[in-house]
Design a protein around this ligand. Structure first.
Ligand code: MG
Length: 210
C-alpha cells in the first residue's frame, strides 16, 4: 500500500466480502479497530447478521464433500454466533490472524490463521479471497493445519490447479515459520484486545450487491 491509501477511522462499520461478489457469497459487517499502512484490524461480534452461501439443493454446505466445490449455491443469511472475532490482516500478507474469544466468558481461545489474499479496498467494503486451507494456533502456540482435505478436493473438483494448491500450501509454510519465530502479529498483544463497549452489534446483514 502507498501513503495515499485511504484508511478507515476506528469505529467505522465496513463489509468484508469474499470471492465472486457477482453471485452468492460470504460477507460480514465488521467494525474497524485499526487501519494504517501496517495492519487492518476489525471486530466481528457474536450475534452479527451475515451473508452466507448455501447449497441450492438444501444440503449443509459441507454435507456432501463430493460436490463441495461444484454444487450450485444460493445467497442466504445467517447469524455469526459463539465467538467474538478480532481479524488482524498484516498488510501485504496472504493470510490474516483471527483471534477467537468465547462470546460468553470473553476467554481467548486461540488464533485462527485464515489463508486469504487479493485484499482490495472499496469505499465501504473490503474484498478478499479465502484459500480454503487454514492454520489453528492454540494459546500455548502449538498449531495444526485445518482443511487440508478440502484443499485436495478443491484440486480434484477443478477449483484450483495443483500449482495453485501448492502455492497455497507454501503460504501455510510461511505462517508456520512466523508462528515458530513468534513474529507479528502473534507477539503484538491482540489477544488482550477489548472492544469499545459503545459499539452496537450490527443489526442487518450486508446487502447481497456491494
Ligand atoms: Mg479459510
Amino acid at each position: 500500500m502507498t501513503a495515499t491509501t485511504p484508511h478507515w477511522t476506528p469505529g467505522t462499520l465496513i463489509t468484508w466480502r469474499w470471492g465472486d461478489v457477482s453471485g452468492p457469497h460470504f460477507a460480514e459487517p465488521v467494525r474497524v479497530v485499526r487501519d494504517d499502512d501496517e495492519v487492518l484490524a476489525v471486530w466481528c461480534a457474536a450475534g452479527t447478521p451475515v451473508l452466507r452461501k448455501a447449497r441450492a439443493d438444501g444440503l449443509g454446505i459441507r454435507e456432501d464433500k463430493a460436490t463441495l466445490f461444484t454444487a450450485e449455491t444460493v445467497q442466504a443469511t445467517a447469524t455469526w454466533t459463539g465467538y467474538d472475532v478480532l481479524r488482524v490482516w498484516p498488510a501485504g500478507r496472504r493470510w490474516a490472524v483471527w483471534c477467537f474469544f468465547d462470546a460468553r466468558t470473553r476467554a481467548f481461545e486461540g488464533w485462527y490463521v485464515n489463508l486469504e489474499d487479493g485484499h482490495t479496498r472499496h469505499d465501504t467494503w473490503l474484498h478478499a479471497h479465502d484459500r480454503v486451507l487454514d492454520v489453528w494456533v492454540e494459546p500455548d502456540r502449538t498449531h495444526e493445519r485445518k482443511d487440508e482435505d478440502e484443499l485436495e478436493l478443491a484440486v480434484a473438483q477443478g477449483r484450483y490447479t495443483r500449482a495453485e494448491a501448492d502455492a497455497i500450501t507454501a503460504v501455510a509454510d510461511e505462517v508456520e515459520a512466523v508462528v515458530a519465530a513468534w513474529g507479528s502479529p502473534f507477539c503484538d498483544g491482540w489477544e488482550s484486545f477489548e472492544p469499545d463497549p459503545a459499539w452496537p452489534v450490527p443489526s442487518q446483514a450486508p446487502a447481497p450487491t456491494p
